[in-house]
Design a protein around this ligand. Structure first.
Ligand SMILES: Cc1cc2nc3c(=O)[nH]c(=O)nc-3n(C[C@H](O)[C@H](O)[C@H](O)COP(=O)(O)O)c2cc1C
Length: 384
């Protein structure tokens, strides 16, 4: 078994185990519509013959943006999203195309609404009432149904990286209503949403997955076992993955950390390279658990970009040993969107050098891409 072997996701077949992880390009136009630039990025990924391509964080509502030019999926923007899917599928009808649906919560920019679920946060964050959380839940459900309508193969329900979904799951979420406190309450948002999406989707093959941060590395964060705990304890994450399995979800996309807070945990850089080992361990933890449950749910691993030329060998080893089903590449998909195809064709690959240039562009709220191999982004960072 290796990374070029097929793998089933629900009723669809991924032609290989390469996943292009969601990567915000911050280049939409006219209130969250994919621009020509956005669509061209995905056309390149289509040419790259990735088994699965996950479209970057798409806001379920216009007031929850982390990026000033972030994508928003609503009725008004349907045609542009339809075009993105059509153009992608015209080039490559074999890659599975998923939409990551998201609410930025506390990570929303100053130009958006900065909201929080947890009591006791600084005044800049508006505390959400019970009904307001329910309203956001409805936005997630509607957004998933719109993703189905425009032809996406499924959704990645964003519960990672400190965004709204992650804040909801944290042991520190001490709300005293139905959205906080107990494990059952903190996972209610996910379970009710997934059950409703499943019931309302016409396409019974529509793929439902979620990206989670196994350990956020903050006190009371995901991957700890109490509101005042800092040390990693995966007990509740195991329960979460078991719950996803019961809900009939198709995959869990394993990540870690909170960009901007514990950034290196999410995306190791040259000085913190060995943190990739945590990602491998978390994926294996999820895979072992699902294997024991005899579950069909698949595991996607993250943070392979830092391994550069060695990534392929590690990916093959992890798949061969049944430590993961899929291998996910974030920055590498910016550096070389044709990566899997180039391996097959034995062509020269532009490896990500982990310079953090793409992150810098994103933090500056500029169009985001690779500053090493793409002159447009190189000039953009050069001018700022
Ligand atoms: C510029 C940039 C944009 C990102 N956008 C998203 C996103 O939209 N959704 C998400 O879940 N992760 C996002 N990430 C995280 C990546 O998907 C990935 O988890 C991270 O870069 C580590 O993987 P890598 O080492 O392969 O790059 C982003 C990361 C970067 C650097």
């Amino acid at each position: 078994m290796n990374v070029f072997d097929e793998c089933n996701l629900r009723k669809l077949t991924a032609v290989n185990r390469f996943v292009s992880q969601p990567m915000e390009g911050n280049d939409c136009v006219d209130g969250g519509k994919p621009s020509e630039m956005t669509i061209n990025r995905y056309k390149k990924l289509a040419q790259g013959t990735w088994g699965v391509v996950i479209v970057e964080a798409i806001s379920v509502v216009s007031t929850s943006l982390a990026r000033i030019n972030g994508l928003i999926l609503n009725e008004k923007n349907l045609d542009s999203f339809k075009k993105l899917v059509e153009e992608f599928k015209k080039i490559n009808n074999d890659s599975i195309l998923l939409f990551q649906i998201s609410h930025s919560g506390m990570k929303s920019g100053d130009f958006s609404e900065k909201v929080t679920l947890c009591p006791g946060q600084p005044d800049e964050y508006k505390y959400l009432s019970t009904d307001e959380v329910e309203e956001i839940r409805q936005f997630f459900v509607n957004c998933a149904l719109l993703a189905e309508k425009v032809g996406a193969d499924g959704i990645d329900f964003k519960m990672c990286h400190g965004y709204f979904g992650a804040e909801m799951l944290r042991p520190m979420n001490a709300r005293n209503d139905k959205w906080g406190g107990s494990f059952e309450n903190r996972t209610r948002f996910l379970s009710e949403s997934i059950s409703e999406i499943k019931a309302k989707c016409k396409n019974k093959n529509f793929i439902l997955g979620s990206r989670i941060s196994m350990y956020e590395a903050i006190r009371g964060g995901c991957g700890t076992n109490g509101p005042n705990e800092l040390i990693e304890d995966l007990t509740q994450q195991a329960k979460l993955i078991e719950l996803m399995n019961v809900l009939g979800m198709d995959y869990v996309n394993i990540s870690a950390g909170i960009p901007g807070v514990t950034s290196e945990v999410t995306r190791p850089t040259n000085g913190s390279k060995n943190l990739f080992l945590n990602h491998f361990r978390y994926a294996k933890f999820a895979k072992d658990l699902l294997t024991n449950l005899k579950s069909k749910m698949k595991v996607i691993g993250s943070a392979y970009s830092i391994l550069k030329e060695d990534a392929l060998d590690f990916a093959n080893e992890n798949i061969e040993k049944n430590y993961t089903d899929f291998v996910g590449f974030g920055r590498m998909s910016f550096a070389d969107p044709l990566y899997p195809k180039k391996i097959s064709d034995n062509e020269k690959i532009n490896y990500c050098i982990a310079c953090s240039g793409c992150s810098k562009l994103m933090i500056k709220q500029l169009n985001t891409g690779c500053i090493i191999y793409d002159d447009y982004y190189k000039n953009l960072i050069g001018n700022k």
